[in-house]
Design a binder for this molecule. Structure first.
Ligand SMILES: [Zn+2]
Length: 144
């Protein structure tokens, strides 16, 4: 990964930048697990539309960096790997929860026709805020 820059939300050097077009860049930080893009600025209509639908905790966790760009916690959901989401009661009290997907067994209920895995809540683990990368490793999206 060569598009890594210093994160303006957590200062780690693990922020992945992707250029959508000349005006819009997206940012996804593997350190803090927060994401943003060029349109997510305070007062911008796009931001209001984006954040309206967020769970309360996610709204609580929105943070503005020194450039006026607003960051929100990511949520990851990969059907055959697992999911990661911010979990807690408030800004002061939350962690990343990671859940591994397991292969469906004979007789397991399917939600979709071609479903091969299900999220197994029995193996969920909490990770501290700035260890998002460990959570990604846990569900197999990054090497251990
Ligand atoms: Zn970060």
């Amino acid at each position: 990964m060569d598009n890594l820059i210093t994160c303006t939300n957590c200062s780690s050097d693990a922020c992945y930048v992707d250029e959508v077009n000349q005006e819009i860049k997206t940012y996804f930080c593997y350190g803090c697990g927060f994401q943003s893009n060029s349109l997510m600025r305070e007062g911008h209509e796009f931001l209001n539309n984006q954040t309206e639908i967020l769970p309360e905790l996610y709204k609580d966790l929105l943070s503005t960096d020194e450039n006026g760009m607003v960051w929100m916690p990511s949520s990851v959901n990969v059907a055959d790997k697992g999911m990661i989401f911010a979990n807690g009661t408030s800004k002061m009290d939350w962690k990343w929860t990671a859940v591994k997907a397991v292969e469906l067994k004979e007789g397991d209920k399917k939600v979709k026709e071609n479903q091969t895995h299900r999220m197994d809540m029995d193996n969920k683990i909490d990770f501290e805020r700035n260890t998002f990368m460990d959570a990604l490793s846990y569900i197999g999206l990054l090497p251990e």
